[in-house]
Every structure is written in C-alpha cells, then in structure tokens.
Design a protein around this ligand. Structure first.
Ligand code: AMP
Ligand code: GLY
Length: 426
C-alpha cells in the first residue's frame, strides 16, 4: 500500500516509524514531515492544514491510505474530503472531530450520556462569565471553546487570573473565533492520565494508558507546554480502572455520539483527572493520537498498525488485532532554549548518529529540519528520546542516558519524566 502521514511533529515521526514496520506498506510519504521522517519516508512540502493540497497530492500519487496526525486538518474536514474522492483515511470526520474542536459540544455529550466530568457552564459574553466566576470563586478553570493549539485553557488560582483570561478571550479576541464561547468549569484535583482507544464506531480497541508532562519544569512547575515527555504504560490506570474507563467513558461517548447521528472512527483520546479515591473524570477529549504520548505508546505495540487503521475504516476492529509488549517506554522531550516562550530556530543538533547505535532507544524528531545536510532545530519541541525496557527504572535510565548524548545550543529537558509512576509500581 502507498501510505501518507499528514503532519510533521514527534507523533507523526512515531507513526511513520510504526507504519514502516508494516508488511502492508510499500511506500510512505509524510506531509510535510521533518528531518526524522526524511530518513524513512518521502517528505512532501505540503502543510497539514492545506486540505486542498493534501487531497490533490494524495489523489495524484494514488495513495491507498492517509493517516492524519493533528487535530486541525481533522476539524477542517480532511477525512470527509478524502472520502469524497475515494481515498481511505484514518481518523474522524469533521462532525466527529467536534468532540475536540468544541469544548462545549464535548461537555454536552458528557452531560447527556452520563460521563463523569467537572461541573461547568458555557458563556458567550464577558459580563455573564465574569458574574459566574465571581460567584464561584477560585481556583476555577477557563477554557476557550474552540481549537487554540493547546493554549486555550487557564487554570486560574485567583478570581483576578480568571477574569484576565476572560478579557483575553472575549475582549482582546486572542483566540479569534475559537474564543466566541467559553467553558468555565470546576477545578479538579488529582493526577492526570491519557487513555486512548481505536474506534470503528462499533468496536473499540484500547491502547495502553500513558501520562503526559505539560509544565515546562521539573515537579510540574512553570508554564504549560505542548508536553515535555510521556511514559506508558502508566500504572495509575490498573486493570480495574481500565475496564471502568472503557465502559463508562469510551463506550458511552462513542455510543452517545452515534445516538446524535455521528459515527466516530479513528482514535479517541480521553484526558482524565483521577482523584484520590481513584475516580476518573474526563477533562477533555481529543480526536487523534496524543503528542507526546504516541512516542511512548507505539514502541510498545507489537502488532501491525496498518491492519488496525484499515479495520477502523472498515468496521472490523477486534481484540486480537493488537498485542502489547510487556515493557515500559519513557519518552523525554528535548526543547529549544526559551520554549514555551519565544525561541530561535536553526541550531545544529549534535549526537544523533550515536543514538542510532543504541538498543531499545528511539529518537523521534519533532521540530527538526535539514539545512545543508545538517539536522537543525525547527520548533519548540525538537526531539523525543525514548527508552524501552521491561523494568520501568531501566526504561527511564535508557532515555536519560541517551538524551545526554545529544545537544544543541539552548537545549533543555525535564529531569523527572516518569517519576510519578513509582508511587503506583509494586
Ligand atoms: P485541556 O486542554 O482541557 O486538557 O486542559 C489543559 C490542562 O489544564 C489539563 O491537562 C489539566 O492539567 C488542566 N485542566 C483542564 N481542566 C481542568 C480542571 N477542570 N481541573 C483542573 N485542571 C484542569
Ligand atoms: N498530550 C496532549 C495532547 O496531545 O493533546
């Protein structure tokens, strides 16, 4: 099969690596890809969000399967457009992608189909939202309704901070149309986990649970980022909780959507807050693979991922399609100096060849590019260095030993990715 991956981050490099392993894949393209995918696929300089160009390219190249990484093209209807011209695509259609693209829609589904989530109200103007915040008090969480590249959520510790967020959204129009509406919700305490499933709209196939690390500094301090690292399998989600989440979150959502006339195919990702009594609440749904969770999850998948994609499209997902390695993966992000604030690009990355010689270590590129034959930085999150081992501590050590071999000017990374797992490991 001729396959194309849409996107160019760490998640897409991990997807490309896993697709490359498939017996079914004869040729692989990445749109636009990065310096990592360049080594295993043909990069095409087409933006993931240029729906017309993606459709034209995949049609011309007679692509058999398109795998969509990021949420924006899904929310813009890429899968719908590909289907119209007879190209198979893995991922939800526009209507289904609303589960991520509109937080108020997601909240409506949670409420209607009895999925545990934070108490909330939605608002479409500043004055009413302000009154509500003043009545509820802090801490409180303010969320722009639409897609805001992961920056639309403010966990406000004071009423002032919440009001500032509302001013930015409603008055300054920081998120443009994505901020026409806001969801204001109760602050939930606990530990977060990411739970992803494959869906064909009738059957679901769970992936192993993972945990992301959003704040930029150790001990979850500093501003939020796109994710500074992840690990899987996250032991906070034990067998019993996994079954609970499958029945009470994932199935309820997919069956609920079906009752609303929406078929959900692709990956459904639940961002969960697990409270001290081990009750999981849904913070958000995403309509795609997580980034950076995917970089930790896919190295542990033993099966042919292309078969899983095809089964999701054709409605034939079944449990025997996926096997997981009895091991852990810890993935640490190397970020550009200044990230998540402003940062420079174009710094030469040293040491990547040394990583290639290591066993059980993967280097998935995120923001990288090739410049005159050298790999240089090209984004805030630059590399995901992954260690895999049967023993969690060894997996973590492999990732950290490996990341010490690479460097670029300004590079920084968290030193504590995975530490939360020890509390739950026996
Ligand atoms: P989201 O984009 O909805 O996942 O929100 C981004 C981050 O904000 C989450 O990963 C949580 O750390 C935090 N967050 C979102 N909603 C809540 C909530 N209701 N209570 C506490 N933290 C939250
Ligand atoms: N890891 C967070 C996300 O993919 O949205």
């Amino acid at each position: 099969m001729r396959i194309a991956v849409v996107g160019g981050g760490g998640r897409e490099h991990a997807l490309a690596y896993k697709i490359r392993e498939s017996k079914l894949c004869s040729e692989l393209f990445c749109l636009p890809g990065n310096a990592g995918t360049f080594k295993i696929a043909k990069n095409e300089n087409i933006s993931a969000e240029d729906i017309e160009a993606v459709v034209r390219f995949t049609k011309n190249k007679k692509i058999d399967l398109v795998v969509v990484g990021p949420e924006n093209p899904l929310a813009l209807g890429l899968v719908d457009e590909l289907e119209k011209v007879g190209i198979k695509a893995f991922g939800p259609k526009k209507e289904a992608a609303k589960i991520e693209a509109s937080k108020s829609f997601a909240k409506y589904i949670f409420e209607k189909y009895d999925i545990a989530t934070a108490r909330y109200r939605t608002f479409d103007n500043y004055d009413d939202a302000k009154k509500y915040v003043e009545k509820e008090g802090a801490p409180i969480v303010v969320k722009a309704d639409g897609l805001a590249a992961g920056k639309g959520v403010t966990v406000a510790q004071s009423i002032d901070e919440a009001l500032r967020a509302l001013v930015e959204i409603f008055i300054d129009k920081k998120f443009k149309d994505a901020g026409k509406r806001v969801v204001i919700e109760e602050f939930l305490k606990g530990e977060e986990a990411s739970f992803l499933v494959f869906s064909d709209s009738k059957n679901i196939l769970p992936m192993i649970a993972a945990q992301d690390h959003k704040p930029v500094f150790d001990n979850d301090e500093g501003p939020n980022t796109g994710g500074m690292g992840a690990y899987a399998k996250a032991p906070i989600v034990d067998k019993q909780m996994e079954e609970y989440i499958i029945e009470n979150v994932m199935k309820k959502a997919i069956e609920g959507l079906k009752k609303e006339g929406i078929e959900y195919k692709g990956v459904l990702y639940a961002g969960l807050m697990i409270d001290e009594n081990k009750n999981p609440y849904v913070l958000e749904f995403n309509c795609r693979f997580g980034d950076p969770e995917t970089q930790a999850i896919l190295p542990l998948m033993e099966s042919d991922i292309v078969e899983v994609f095809m089964a999701s499209i054709e409605g034939t997902l079944s449990n025997n399609l996926i096997k997981w390695k009895d091991a852990y993966a810890v993935s640490v992000v190397a970020a550009s100096g200044g990230y998540p604030g402003s940062y420079e690009k174009g710094k030469v990355i040293y040491g990547l060849e040394e990583l290639e010689r290591l066993e059980d270590v993967y280097a998935f590129h995120a923001g990288t590019a090739l410049k005159q034959g050298e790999v240089v930085t090209n984004g805030g999150r630059v590399l995901n260095i992954v260690g895999v081992d049967k023993d969690f501590k060894q997996a973590q050590k492999k990732a950290y030993d490996a990341i010490k071999l690479v460097n670029f000017e300004g590079m920084h990374y968290r030193k504590d990715i995975g530490n939360k797992a020890y509390k739950w490991l026996r």
